[in-house]
Design a protein around this ligand. Sequence first.
Ligand code: ARG
Length: 584
Amino acid sequence: MLSTLDDLKNRLQTALVNAFGPDLEGTDPVLVPTNNPKFGDYQANVAMSLAKRLKDKPRAIATKIVENLTIDDLCEEPQIAGPGFINLKFKTDYLQNQLKAVYADERLGIPTANPPQRTIVDFSSPNIAKEMHVGHLRSTIIGESIARTLEFLGHDVLRLNHVGDWGTQFGMLITHLRDVCPEAMTDSSTVDIGDLVTFYKQAKKRFDDNDDFKTTSREAVVDLQSGDPEARLAWQALCEQSRKEFQKIYDRLDITLQERGESFYNPLLDDVVVDLKSLGLLEEDQGAQVVFLEGFTNKDGNPQPLIVKKTDGGFNYATTDLAAIRQRTTQEKAQRIIYVTDAGQANHFAQVFQVANRAQWIPEGVELVHVPFGLVKGEDGKKLKTRSGETIKLKELLNEAIDRAEKDLRQRIADETRDETEEFIHTVSTGVGMGAVKYADLSQNRTSDYIFSFDKMLALQGNTAPYMLYAYVRVQGISRKGDIDFSQLGDAPMLLAEESELTLAKHLLALDAVVMEVAQELYPNRLCQYLFELSQKFNQFYDRCSVLQAEEPNRTSRLMLCDLTARTLKLGLSLLGISVLGRM
Ligand code: ARG
């Protein structure tokens, strides 16, 4: 089937060519939803943007487009308004047919990408032996949603966890480990280092306070980098311990990720430097090997250097990312690489991309995108902290979301004098708690900072996960109450008689456009907004139209509308990484 919006677009494009000749082939008709349903469903604003090029008044251009427009199977008579908007209103017949086609389609009218793109989503990426903080949580949630959306569209997605598992901090960690846990130096499989964050702090303190320790640590870095087996084992033990902790969070959040940390690129770093040199991009600056950047200047107005090899011979975060770009484009054949990190790394990526570009390491047609996001703040607008003022541990944050969801649920069960099992309570509070945390993050425009509020994210009303989950549950309730098997509604006609039915139907038909937009622009909040409006429109429809009590043929048609709403919510939420519940 042809998507509703594409259908409109194609007709307008044909009209443009017929009216003004083949030069206009492929012109974007600039279709947007009308602000006021009184004027129709969509308006085409292309006449305004063509005025200059065609040297004519927009209204005259609009008139000519409409004269050449064959659209009466889709829309009512197009109306020209204002300076030259073309207002279009769908015919009910057409909507009914489109809806039937979507209803019959398992993918709900969303086409698969042709051709699919080999895509890498680089996300989550915490650092070994350090706390996985709320910034990493944001990257994890946003990255997972982007990966799911692209996968659903049929792209070939490689999800990579670029963990910080290399670098000079391992010198002090290994040295400390050698003292407190010597068995780790010979057998890394059995050791339990305990809380790594505490361990890190202890090592750091010794490093700062003790010169001998510092010297030994520096030697340990050299040992590790030269592949000394003992240092290597200790490093493995540290990584393994961190990995276990991270995995617990990923399991709880239902995140799929392949670990490919910085260390993976270690053997490729020398070549980055050698090749930059032979390309003539490398310069020496105060003993370091650098590339001077275009468009980045320091305080004195001089070009800023990107250091790829430090004075002491060590490599940088940026060197690893340069090596990763080469490996990912050549070996992995990536056509699109998406990096999900906080906005604070925008310069880092702009600089790395620039150097890769100037070195011609980005093959034709390959797209590198940084997907930045803002900070997570507490309700006081400051950095997120626990009540006692400590930094929040992710584990505790997730626990609290679930605990609060459970408390709300027990209250509701008591108020409604329902009888529910402990298993039900556990499943629902976990689902609601996790969904709420994810949704709260995804529903914000990711570029802004976001205020973390348990109360807001768990509210049953508003743009929240519980509101959407509840709309889904409502539909399941209808099927239970009426003993309806939605899969058996089959081939009945869909009838859109009431205004609220039409409004809901039109919204249901816009799903494909939203999903495509998220895949292109990488803003999952657009999908959240869509699902929020869908739930609202469904609730309005359900308040105004009787369903189980309605007469046939409206009854079946309305049941199909309910079912399609639920399927749309389920699919949409799954692209956000959220699972629906049958009851709650
Ligand atoms: N480990 C980094 C951090 O915690 C994020 C890595 C992002 N990915 C990348 N390819 N640089 O900030």
